[in-house]
Design a protein around this ligand. Structure first.
Ligand code: MN
Length: 201
């Protein structure tokens, strides 16, 4: 017997508040959680000393069906700022089931996504309100707030995808850095990047 369908889920995009009404999951990342994320360790230390204790970014998400046919929908919200030359960004990840894809839709602020493949491709794609980015399976991905206001996106991905958050740390960071450049942003090669090892040694 097939289980009956679950009820529909209605969600409210509270963009100004950075909330997803009707969601049932939330996590926050604070600056002390983000050790090793930024290339400039001295700038990170200085930022910690000046930290006001508020979250740097958070995610609110709706989890309904956990199987391969289900979708997780959520919003990710990043405060503006820089650590050294790098803008505030998420830890980033590769899906634990690497072929799972994801759709991001820009809701507010000015953002970019950094996308790398383990085989060496690296791309940076703008995601502003009215723009969407389809992240195919196999791409390591991270959001970056390159503006002066809060930046938020709506995301949706397969409920069984999972996340490998350590892959970027093991690689010495993603292949591309998004850094301040006058009034805007620029992409720079990350000299610390070692390439990705997807297998556990
Ligand atoms: Mn993802």
């Amino acid at each position: 017997m097939t289980a009956p369908p679950v009820p529909p889920v209605a969600l409210t995009l509270e963009v100004g508040a950075g909330r997803l009404g009707g969601s049932n999951g939330r996590y926050e990342k604070f600056l002390p959680d983000l050790a090793g994320l930024y290339r400039d360790a001295d700038a990170y230390q200085r930022a910690l000393e000046a930290d006001d204790g508020r979250p740097v970014y958070w995610v609110e998400s709706s989890h309904t069906e956990g199987g391969p046919g289900g979708l997780i929908t959520g919003i990710s919200v990043l405060e503006p700022g820089t650590v050294g030359e790098e803008y505030v960004m998420t830890r980033g990840h590769l899906h634990a089931i690497a072929d799972r894809s994801e759709l991001y839709v820009g809701l507010a602020g000015r953002g970019v996504m950094i996308l790398d493949t383990p085989s060496g491709d690296s791309q940076v794609v703008e995601i502003n309100p009215g723009q969407a980015v389809y992240v195919p399976g196999g791409w390591v991905h991270r959001s970056v707030n390159v503006g002066t206001e809060r930046m938020s996106t709506l995301f949706c991905y397969a409920a069984d995808a999972g996340q490998d958050y350590s892959i970027i740390e093991r690689a010495g960071g993603m292949a591309s850095l998004v850094v301040t450049d006058g009034d805007g942003w620029a992409v720079r090669r990350n000299q610390d990047h070692l390439g990705y090892s997807t297998g556990r040694a």
